[in-house]
Design a protein. Structure first.
Length: 451
């Protein structure tokens, strides 16, 4: 809203400047250039384009204009301007302008129109009042727009008569109709892209070089700055230096300052599709919604932009949470697989343990039947199924002792003791073996304890 408050005094100053002017004040004709005719289908997105501009020739000589332009659905661009020229003095001019894009080939448009149909009142001479047909401007123009990423350049080349070819600061009562060529370039940049991008323009209007810039301070409002007759800008404000205010030249250079306000047109989805405006409406609110009503309220626009940023942040958070959820689901799958493997391993281990115990049971029966070889075979099967079974090594040690192999017997008893240090019976057997007092009774006692 502070920016809107700034526009109120600015508009008042510009409107107060409508005191005296030449007819074709910069930025007062339909289009987006300073003085040369031009046309763009994008103009249809605005219901009205209102421009206020002033050309300052010296400290006490300025020219200003107020204009309103609109494009109809048929493609005709209408313009209405109000000017009070320096000469004839104390007069006012009401101008009407009409143009249309005739056809399009690729990215080249061909347009034609008529400008400067002027009705003048208040002149010092009654002969100068009324409809002025001597300065009517007829023109044709070729236009082309090229896009380069965030940049675009529009070119306008054409010819015209009347005030397009010659528009002096001084009134000419019997102006001759000559035809002149004009050329203009409009360069769009991403500077202030959020508001549509700043435009730099340069043009040759048939008599001199004009340069300017249009700075979008809001999405619907832009400031226009420029210099006319830049080639002779060194002679700017000559009247201030000579104090001769009557020595005004018709082609005197000027500094231009103005403001434009675009009143957006409200579209519905069917109209956008019917007119093929999907791409032409471009970025901003036109590309986001069927209604451009938000342009009318700066607070709403700021709120919408804030909400869009919040939505983007929320979407990023949702994406991050989704990624985190996928990671957790992956970890869950890994844990489930690990649990299943452990359960399967435990089941396999339990099955091997059961089989090993059955072989140990058979080996004990063979041991008591003094079938030591069969007992050894069974205990070997048990160890193969469960290599960590201490009682199996203890029994194999006893079998080897019965077979007379004391070295292998002692070796197996030591393995059993390593696997189970609390196997106290093995301690007793090893101690008795070292003292050569091992008896069959003690061997049998071991087998009773490791059934």
């Amino acid at each position: 809203m502070p920016r809107a408050k700034f526009l109120i005094p600015l508009t008042f100053i510009l409107l107060a400047g409508v005191i005296d002017a030449n007819s074709r004040v910069a930025f007062s004709r339909p289009g987006n250039m300073m003085r040369v005719p031009n046309m763009d289908i994008n103009m249809y997105k605005n219901l009205l384009a209102v421009n206020v501009s002033s050309e300052y020739l010296s400290s006490s000589q300025s020219s200003s204009a107020f204009s309103v332009n609109t494009m109809g659905k048929s493609g005709y661009l209408y313009g209405l301007s109000f000017v009070r020229p320096v000469n004839p003095a104390n007069s006012g001019e009401l101008g009407f302008h009409l143009q249309k894009n005739m056809f399009k080939y690729g990215d080249v448009n061909v347009g034609a129109g008529i400008q400067d149909i002027i009705f003048r009142q208040g002149s010092d001479s009654a002969d100068d009042d009324g409809l002025d047909t001597k300065g009517v401007s007829l023109f044709a123009v070729l236009s082309s727009v090229k896009d380069f990423d965030d940049y675009a350049i529009a070119t306008y080349l054409g010819f015209g008569s009347g005030k397009i070819n010659e528009d002096s600061h001084l009134y000419v009562s019997n102006q001759k109709q000559n035809i002149g060529v004009f050329l203009g370039f409009n360069f769009t940049t991403p500077f202030l892209k959020k508001n549509g991008g700043a435009n730099f323009m340069t043009e040759f209007d048939g008599k001199g070089l004009n340069i300017g810039v249009s700075i979008p301070i809001l999405k619907s409002t832009h400031i226009n700055l420029g210099i006319t007759h830049f080639e002779s800008f060194g002679d700017f404000a000559t009247e201030d230096r000579t104090d001769d205010w009557s020595a005004l030249r018709g082609d005197a250079p000027s500094i231009t300052f103005g403001m434009g306000i675009n009143v957006p047109r409200i579209f519905d989805a069917d109209e956008i599709e019917e007119l093929g405006l999907d791409e032409q409406l471009g970025y901003g609110i036109y590309g986001e919604t069927d209604s451009s009503i938000l342009y009318y309220d700066l607070i709403c626009t700021d709120v919408v932009e804030t909400l869009r940023d919040s939505i983007k942040v929320s979407n990023n958070m949702i994406d991050n949470l989704n990624d985190y959820n996928n990671m957790l689901q992956h970890n869950e799958v890994v844990l489930v697989d690990s649990t299943r493997k452990n359960l399967l391993r435990e089941q396999v281990s339990q099955s091997s343990q059961n089989k090993a115990m059955r072989h140990l049971s058979r080996s004990l029966r063979f041991f008591y039947d003094e079938e030591y070889r069969n007992a050894l075979s069974e205990v070997n099967f048990a160890i193969e199924l469960n290599p960590n079974l201490a009682i199996a090594y203890g029994r194999r040690g006893s079998i080897y002792y019965k077979l007379g192999d004391n070295r292998r017997a002692t070796l197996n008893w030591n393995v059993a003791l390593q696997l189970d240090p609390e196997f106290t019976e093995i301690y007793d057997v090893l101690q008795a073996s070292d003292e050569n007092r091992l008896t069959p009774i003690e061997i049998g006692k071991i087998q009773e304890n490791i059934k």
